[in-house]
Design a binder for this molecule. Structure first.
Ligand code: AP5
Ligand code: MG
Length: 218
């Protein structure tokens, strides 16, 4: 099974992906996490991506598609993946269709987690991330000082550079202008499922899992 988690910045894609991967035994493929890994490792790709991420803009399609394609080709991704933050443009969606075709796989569903812009700002102003596994937490809604996962001991949580208020505003604008057109693309393909993304994390998880399990049975 292959699922796309779609939604604005801060809508809860990373939070929900974590839970879905555990329940459905899928691999989490998050383009933003892959860029940040490259950034931490000081690769050329990371340095290039940072120039866009800092401004709340999208990294060019060719670079992004090549990175995701490479991740998909690794053996652990064979059983099925949850795409988080990819695709984000029409050319990326078409490239993904082509890559999946070539691999004789398909997208089973696109889960659109819907939240308002006000909620995004509220969530991102308090978000903290684990430097090692990139799991998102929140100062108020999901409070930890250290990542609770054993493998990540020793590192304190940190605030992402692009969670500054002015960059959040730019990311929201980018989402509305460049990424929202994908809603129609996937609706027309009969793949879109809309999920109310506001409410407790556990409530949203229950809704998301129910839709994902429906795809397994379809
Ligand atoms: P990326 O890392 O993908 O960021 P994003 O899409 O902006 O999404 P976020 O990771 O900020 O939010 P999320 O939806 O995962 O929410 P989370 O679960 O953390 O991309 C970063 C940058 O990389 C982009 O701006 C771009 O430059 C580049 N990039 C990435 N992919 C690209 C692509 N395909 N093409 C081109 N460029 C690309 O939750 C947010 C917070 O809310 C957390 O604190 C969490 O604890 C909390 N929370 C979650 N759910 C709830 C809830 N129900 N109630 C209360 N709090 C909650
Ligand atoms: Mg995320």
């Amino acid at each position: 099974m292959n699922i796309v988690l779609f939604g604005a910045p801060g809508s809860g894609k990373g939070t929900q992906a974590e839970q879905l991967c555990q329940e459905l035994n899928l691999i989490h493929v998050a383009s933003g996490d892959l860029f940040r890994e490259n950034l931490n490792n000081e690769t050329e790709l990371g340095k290039l991506a940072q120039t866009y991420m800092d401004k709340g803009e999208l990294v060019p399609d060719d670079v992004t598609v090549a990175m995701v394609k490479e991740r998909l080709s690794r053996p652990d991704a064979r059983t099925g993946v949850i795409f988080d933050g990819f695709p984000r443009t029409l050319p990326q969606a078409k490239a993904l269709d082509q890559v999946m075709d070539e691999m004789e796989r398909r997208i089973d569903g696109v889960l659109y987690i819907k939240v308002s812009d006000e909620e995004v700002v509220r969530r991102l102003s308090g978000r903290l991330i684990c430097r090692e596994c990139q799991t998102p937490f929140h100062k108020e809604f999901n409070p930890f000082k250290r990542c609770p996962f054993n493998k990540c001991e020793g590192e304190y949580l940190y605030q992402r550079d692009d969670d500054r208020p002015e960059t959040v505003r730019a990311r929201l604008k980018t989402f509305h202008n460049q990424t929202e057109p994908l809603i129609d693309y996937y609706r027309q393909a009969g793949l879109l499922a809309e999920i109310e993304g506001e409410g407790e994390v556990a409530e949203v998880a229950t809704r998301t899992l129910a839709v994902a399990r429906g795809l397994v049975q379809a």
